[in-house]
Design a protein around this ligand. Structure first.
Ligand SMILES: [Zn+2]
Length: 247
């Protein structure tokens, strides 16, 4: 597609989304917002990106980026996690993803129904709890057979849980800046409350967590993973929340 055609297509799709009516209850619920109900899992942290997905400046994320940079310089192993709290809360503006070569955010967030099985294990001798994935079970992952606290092997109670939740993801910038500087992922109740109201230009307020993550970028019809910053509400105990400031 030529740039001009693409711009026209974007404008049309955006127009539709902008004109979409949202009932008052849905809007009020989004303005009231929702607290994190995130169930975190440990993941290896990818590299700290040098630049945002689009543009060269971190805009309003600059102070936070400097905190992450300092953490990264002190990090002795790539297995050490990177991440810092967004506290006090900060405002973000939803973007249409211009500059990341990805047209899927032109009308707002991408929504996904996430579903997987989790095996919640509890050590019989010492009571320590941990979780194993379906993959761990299929591969008989030895590390997950052992209690990491007392070292006992294969001596636990197991409960299988079927986890299912809604996830939405969208690119954001900070007020007064046009470039996409990070992505936001909301899950569970916060995702449900905001999915219908968000569109490019919407302003939200988040108290949460920011860390490097792998995200899709498109070039010449190919997609590949790049390092980018991801904002979540963090695990429940940190008091993270999101609310709509302006649709
Ligand atoms: Zn134990």
């Amino acid at each position: 597609m030529t740039d001009r055609n693409e711009r026209i297509e974007r404008a049309k799709e955006l127009g539709k989304q902008w004109n979409k009516e949202v009932d008052k209850d849905t809007l009020d619920a989004a303005k009231k917002g929702a607290k994190s109900d995130y169930v975190g899992q440990w993941k290896r942290t990818p590299k700290l990106p040098k630049y945002p997905p689009a543009g060269q400046s971190w805009c309003g994320l600059q102070p936070i980026y400097e905190v992450l940079e300092k953490q990264d310089q002190k990090r002795k192993s790539k297995y050490k996690r990177l991440g810092t709290a967004i506290k006090p809360p900060q405002q973000f503006v939803v973007t249409d993803g211009t500059g990341i070569g990805n047209r899927e955010f032109v009308t707002g967030p991408r929504g996904t129904d996430v579903a997987f099985s989790q095996f919640q294990r509890k050590c019989i001798p010492c009571g320590q709890a941990w979780v194993a994935s379906q993959k761990d079970v299929d591969n008989s992952n030895k590390a997950k057979e052992r209690c990491w606290k007392c070292g006992v092997v294969n001596n636990y109670k197991e409960t299988k849980a079927d986890i299912a939740y809604r996830e939405i993801k969208f690119p954001v910038t900070t007020p007064g800046c046009g470039d996409t500087v990070a992505y936001v992922s909301l899950t569970g109740e916060p995702a449900k409350k905001l999915e219908a109201v968000l569109r490019p230009g919407s302003v939200i307020e988040i108290q949460g967590w920011i860390k490097p993550n792998k995200e899709w970028k498109y070039k010449n019809n190919k997609k590949y993973l790049v390092d980018a910053l991801l904002i979540t509400l963090g695990s429940t105990q940190h008091g993270g929340y999101v609310k709509l400031i302006k649709r």
